[in-house]
Write a protein that binds this ligand. Structure first.
Ligand SMILES: [Ca+2]
Length: 144
C-alpha cells in the first residue's frame, strides 16, 4: 500500500565527517585561493586579508556537527581569529557557532562546540593575524 502523506516521517541527520566538508569547493570573499580552505590538503592554504572576508563550506545536505577542526600554516603568528557561523535551518540565518584562532602550523586543532544541525558553515575573518602574510587557513572542517 502506498503512503501518500507520511506525515510523521523523520530521518536522522548524518554525523558530519571530513568527506562531507570537501563535497563543494568553498565560496566567498577570501582574498586568495579560497578553494584551498576545504580541498582535503593541509599543505594548501587560503588567505583572508581584510576583517569580514568569509569562506562558505556547503555540505549539500543536512548534517550533525559538533567539532571545529582547523589546520594552520607557518605564515601565521597564531594571534588572529575567525568566527565560525552555521546556517540555522529553523530561522534561516547565519548564527555564531564559535571563534577559532589562526594556527601557526599544518596541524589540526579539534575543539568540541555545541552540537548543531546545518547544511553549511561560514568562516569569517574576525582579527587579522599579525605575521604579515595575513590570515591563512590550511584546511577547515566541521565534523561530529
Ligand atoms: Ca587546504
Amino acid at each position: 500500500m502506498l503512503v501518500e502523506n507520511p506525515g510523521s516521517f523523520t530521518q536522522a541527520a548524518l554525523e558530519a565527517v571530513a568527506a562531507h566538508n570537501i563535497v563543494n569547493p568553498a565560496t566567498g570573499t577570501f582574498a586568495t585561493n579560497i578553494v584551498n580552505t576545504n580541498d582535503n590538503n593541509i599543505a594548501t592554504n587560503s588567505v583572508a586579508t581584510v576583517v569580514g572576508q568569509y569562506a562558505i563550506i556547503d555540505f549539500g545536505r543536512v548534517l550533525r556537527i559538533r567539532k571545529s577542526r582547523m589546520c594552520g600554516h607557518n605564515n601565521n603568528n597564531g594571534d588572529g581569529s575567525f568566527r565560525v557561523d552555521y546556517y540555522d535551518l529553523v530561522v534561516h540565518a547565519w548564527t555564531t557557532w564559535c571563534v577559532v584562532p589562526t594556527r601557526t602550523g599544518a596541524t589540526w586543532s579539534e575543539v568540541i562546540q555545541t552540537e548543531q544541525l546545518t547544511d553549511k558553515i561560514r568562516l569569517t575573518l574576525l582579527v587579522d593575524d599579525t605575521k604579515g602574510f595575513n590570515s591563512n587557513v590550511g584546511e577547515f572542517h566541521a565534523i561530529y
